[in-house]
Design a protein. Structure first.
Length: 396
């Protein structure tokens, strides 16, 4: 029996190692446009980063842009994760999580071409800001970004030093999150202490979005490369995010009139938006909370309902994806973690939906909502129903 046990463990480790080394390609974008990707280092010499460990440190962001690309170009498909960043990420993951339970990032293939030209099919394209959940790097949401870009959007995400797990700038500087900037730590607190913790982070996150929009306006006016000059429709700006990034989207759309439509993907709302609401089109897209009955989950749903109830009926949506899990809204959770482990969790009933399927449903909901409110004209009421996605459950 002991020998069988040893052989069983050895076989499991062998299967995990083989899976780790297997090539994997992200789900294909569903829109008509090819997708390009560009990465920028944007420094703000006028603003102090209040979350930096050294007082007086200026704000600096690593900005990722996915966009509709001109078809038929010979540009190479970009690495899913640039090599230098990949080395740092894998070092942080360690031998077990990075070597067995997560895919080899060099074997993961995306669909974006590096620095290709913007598609000439339209004069300009709506802009959507995308915020990652908690401390995840924004590349973990490449599937959603590529799909949205393929439907005719310029999707802009960014990594922030000291609050994103790992940021590697083009000049080789490596900056990591510091513990006090971890949104998950706020959940360990209670009452006013939790609110102060969340407010401190939320203020910085929303300010980062405002800075990025300022820089995009400058880029649209005069891009040194000429790529984006006049190609960004800054009158049609959307904001969405996952988890704490979703909470940030809700608060930003309350604060800043440049947000014309927003989506909170399974994020617990924080800040003044809970009491004040949002006065523009907004969607809550949540995982399956049907089996949750704890007071904390109840309060989160009550806060979402509070915001939703005050949205105009023709400019709101509250969608639950049946079987969806909070951690499967990103590539990291849905695609990069071991499918052997995820399959076991599905058989145990802990995970109720295949990761690729959850991403497909999410991508459909996201681009459909933005299509209605950033592209649509005279929309009377958003209709998300689609027989291809029976997992979609409309809540009220």
């Amino acid at each position: 029996m002991a020998m069988l046990g040893v052989l069983g463990v050895a076989a499991l480790f062998w299967a995990l190692w083989l899976e780790h080394r297997t090539e994997i390609t992200l789900p294909a974008p569903t829109g008509p446009f090819a997708v390009g990707r560009a990465v920028y280092d944007w420094a703000d010499d006028e603003t102090v980063d209040k979350l930096a460990p050294v007082p007086g440190t200026k704000r600096e962001l690593l900005v990722w842009m996915w966009y509709p690309s001109a078809a038929g170009q010979s540009a190479a498909t970009d690495d899913y994760v640039p090599a230098r960043l990949r080395t740092e990420v894998e070092r942080d993951l360690g031998v077990l999580l990075g070597g067995l339970l997560t895919r080899d990032l060099s074997k993961v293939h995306a669909h974006s071409t590096r620095n290709s030209d913007v598609s000439p099919q339209q004069r300009s394209y709506p802009v959507v800001i995308m915020r990652a959940g908690a401390s995840l790097e924004v590349w973990n949401y490449s599937t959603l970004a590529e799909d949205l870009a393929s439907h005719g959007y310029v999707v802009v995400g960014f990594d922030a030093p000291y609050r994103t797990f790992t940021v590697v700038f083009p000049d080789g500087r490596v900056m990591r999150r510091i513990p006090e900037n971890n949104p998950e730590r706020c959940l360990e607190k209670t009452g006013q202490e939790r609110d102060r913790c969340a407010a401190r982070l939320l203020s910085a996150w929303t300010a980062d979005i405002a800075f990025v929009l300022d820089r995009l306006e400058r880029l649209n006016s005069s891009d040194a490369s000429g790529k984006f000059t006049g190609r960004l429709d800054m009158t049609r700006v959307g904001v969405f995010g996952h988890s704490f990034g979703g909470a940030t989207a809700a608060q930003f759309c309350h604060d800043d009139s440049r947000c014309k439509a927003g989506i909170d993907v399974d994020g617990a709302p924080h800040g003044s938006v809970i009491q004040a609401g949002v006065d523009r089109p907004f969607m809550f897209l949540v995982s399956d909370h049907g089996r949750e009955s704890d007071p904390e989950s109840g309060q989160i749903l009550a806060n979402i309902q509070s915001i939703y109830d005050r949205l105009p009926p023709d400019r709101r949506a509250f969608i639950q994806i049946r079987g969806a899990n909070h951690f499967l809204f990103s590539d990291d959770g849905a695609l990069l973690k071991s499918h052997i482990v995820l399959g076991t969790l599905r058989r145990l009933g802990i995970v109720g939906i295949d990761g690729r399927r959850q991403l497909a449903v999410t991508a459909y909901c996201v681009h459909s909502f933005f299509d209605a409110y950033l592209k649509g004209t005279g929309v009377s009421r958003f209709n998300i129903s689609n027989p291809l996605y029976p997992e979609i459950q409309v809540l009220e």
